[in-house]
Design a protein around this ligand. Sequence first.
Ligand SMILES: Nc1ncnc2c1ncn2[C@@H]1O[C@H](COP(=O)(O)OP(=O)(O)OP(=O)(O)O)[C@@H](O)[C@H]1O
Ligand SMILES: [Mg+2]
Length: 332
Amino acid sequence: MDHKVLLQVKNLNVSTIENEEAVKIIDGVDLRIREGETVGLIGPTAAGKTITAMAILELLDPFGVEELYWRVEGETLFKGRDLRRLPRGELDKIRGKDISMIPQKPIRSLNPLYTVGFQTGEPLEVHEKLERQIIERMVIEYLGKVELPDAKTRRHFFRHQFSGGEAQRIMIAMALICNPSLLLADEPTSDLDVTIQRQVLELLKRMKAEFGLSMLMITHDLGVIAEMSDYVYVMYAGRIIEHGDVTTIFKKTRHPYTRGLLSSVPRIDGDDIKLKGIPGNLPPPPYDFPRCSFYPRCEHRDERCGSEIPGLRQIRPDHYVACHKAENLQAG
Ligand SMILES: Nc1ncnc2c1ncn2[C@@H]1O[C@H](COP(=O)(O)OP(=O)(O)OP(=O)(O)O)[C@@H](O)[C@H]1O
Ligand SMILES: [Mg+2]
């Protein structure tokens, strides 16, 4: 199947500037989402996944909050137009309509002063300028679609009257009500118990089938990635270190970090539960190491890995790896 490219991120670089000192957080990220595709973005905590999504939507404030400024460079082409170079008015027409986001902590993103029904309908008011009555009907319909119990009455309730899982589903309704072509879903199932998690995943799948939605699914949950994604990007310390179609990443990974990640999932082998894991931790930014960013934790490292940044290299169709030793490592 030949899908058109919907979003193409080219050489994205993000730094914070605090007291005139730049700290690199995203280092040269390239990423592509095709129409109808779900792309998984996986990586350890603090790898830069949320910052990547925020940079795509131009949500990082270049003017600063409490002395902290963001510097973003690169191109984010959506349907061929560079979001980074659009006038503010044009960008506002796209955000929340053509592209929407489920933020990582949904309960914090709901305003405590307005009813959830009002907030769910807000994108329709802003982007579609529909009549109040039609908006109300659609709010009930979409809160129903996300299976919020008793949506008709509870749309008049406020944030504190909902559980975390319910807030998550309200954010999904809000993200989908304008029928976007791209959804950036940042950890849409973390903090949820497994049964609610299942419901949210099923809901996103249904929405994808119903609306032909493309998705960037950000998570550190391998099960979610395996179930939802067509294609996977692995991020580590602000860089993409491996990408490929979902089967390749799970069956033929060649990056030592991804391999470590896969071996961190408990496997039952006879009577033993095996869990390998990765020693050490991801260091804090700046993420502009003049070497492989995984070098200190890698069991396969050699001198070259400590002195030369490995670029992404294609090693099979639809499989790219940033590792000097990729060819020497056995697949899997
Ligand atoms: N507002 C901020 N000011 C300064 N640094 C920040 C800010 N937000 C994030 N960072 C830093 O940027 C880096 C990347 O953060 P990001 O939130 O993108 O990580 P993540 O991959 O989404 O992690 P998680 O899986 O925990 O959500 C981290 O080191 C984080 O400390
Ligand atoms: Mg995050």
